[in-house]
Design a protein around this ligand. Structure first.
Ligand code: ARG
Length: 270
C-alpha cells in the first residue's frame, strides 16, 4: 500500500481576492448582508499560494478586475486538458464578464480558447480524472456543454447529476486523488450517478456530510499532498490512513461565497 504516494508538479492559475465580496446570492452559501473580511480573505489566499509553491507547484496569476467579486474562483474560468482550453459561459449574468480577463490571460500565454455555446463553468463542473473527465450537471453546467466539451477535448465525458443545492458544482462534492481514485460525498448525487461512481471507483474515499459542508471535497491533490480545508477532519484522517499527506489551508472567508481551495485554483494541464 501507500508507503510513498508520488507527487506530480502542477501549473496553477489563480486570481488575487483584491475585489472579493459577497454582493449577490447565486448559491445557498451566499448572504450579501453578512460581511466578508477582505483583509483576512487576502491573508488566507496568500497562504494557499505559499503552500502550493512550497510543495513545488508553479502558480501564475491573472489580474483581478474591480466589480467582479467572484473572479477569485479561477476554477470556473475554463477546463484545460492537453493544452486545449475549453472556456466558460457562466450561468449568472453577474459572472459572465469574468470570461474576458481570463480569455485574455490564456491567449497571452499562448492558448486558443474555445467558447462554449451552452452554460459551462469550467473546472467547477469538469473534473479531469485520468482517462476520462467527470462532469457535473443539475445546477450550472448543462448536458449540452458536456457534449461540447467531449467534442472539443476528445476525451470521454461522464455526466453526473448533482441534487443538493449546497453542492452545486461537482468540485464541491468530489475531487481526484490520482489517475485511479477519487474522494466524494455520495448524497450530493442522484441515485444513478451514485451507482456510476461506485462502479468506476469501488475503492473511493467516501466523505461525510460534515466533511462536505467544511468544503473538504473542494480539495487539490498532487498525487501525494492534499491541500484540504482544516474543518474536514474525518476526511483528512482517512486520507492519511491511505498514505496521502493532508496540507490544511483555511479559506473560511471564501466559504461565505460558496467556494474553497479548488474553486480558487485553475489547473493548466499541458
Ligand atoms: N460564488 C461563486 C458561484 O456561486 C462560487 C464559485 C465556486 N467555484 C467552484 N469552483 N465551485 O459561482
Amino acid at each position: 500500500m501507500p508507503e510513498s504516494r508520488v507527487p506530480r508538479r502542477r501549473r496553477f492559475l489563480v486570481c488575487e481576492p483584491r475585489h472579493f465580496a459577497v454582493q449577490y446570492a447565486i448559491n445557498p452559501w451566499m448572504h450579501p448582508d453578512r460581511p466578508v473580511d477582505t483583509g483576512l480573505a487576502q491573508r488566507q489566499w496568500r497562504e494557499l499560494v505559499r503552500a502550493y509553491r512550497a510543495h513545488g507547484h508553479t502558480v501564475d496569476t491573472v489580474e483581478p478586475v474591480p466589480g467582479l467579486p467572484d473572479m477569485v474562483f479561477a476554477a470556473n474560468a475554463a477546463v484545460v486538458v492537453g493544452g486545449r482550453v475549453f472556456g466558460s459561459l457562466y450561468k449568472a449574468p453577474e459572472r459572465r464578464p469574468e470570461s474576458v480577463p481570463y480569455d485574455t490571460w490564456f491567449k497571452a500565454a499562448g492558448f486558443d480558447v474555445y467558447r462554449p455555446e451552452s452554460v459551462s463553468e469550467g473546472e467547477g463542473d469538469f473534473v479531469p480524472a485520468g482517462r476520462w473527465i467527470l462532469a457535473g450537471t443539475g445546477f450550472r453546467t448543462t448536458r449540452e456543454a458536456h457534449r461540447e466539451a467531449q467534442e472539443f477535448l476528445g476525451v470521454p465525458v461522464i455526466g453526473l447529476t448533482l441534487v443538493d443545492p449546497y453542492f452545486y458544482h461537482l468540485d464541491t462534492a468530489l475531487f481526484v486523488l490520482d489517475e485511479e481514485n477519487i474522494a466524494y460525498y455520495p448524497e450530493a448525487f442522484s441515485p444513478g450517478s451514485r451507482e456510476v461512481l461506485a462502479r468506476l471507483y469501488p475503492d473511493a474515499v467516501i466523505a461525510t456530510r460534515e466533511d462536505a459542508t467544511a468544503f473538504g471535497l473542494n480539495s487539490v491533490c498532487d498525487g501525494r499532498h492534499v491541500f484540504v480545508s482544516p474543518g474536514a477532519t474525518a476526511l483528512a484522517g482517512e486520507l492519511a490512513r491511505r498514505g496521502y499527506v493532508p496540507v490544511p489551508v483555511d479559506l473560511s472567508e471564501f466559504h461565505k461565497a460558496g467556494g474553497g481551495i479548488k474553486c480558487c485554483t485553475q489547473e493548466i494541464r499541458s
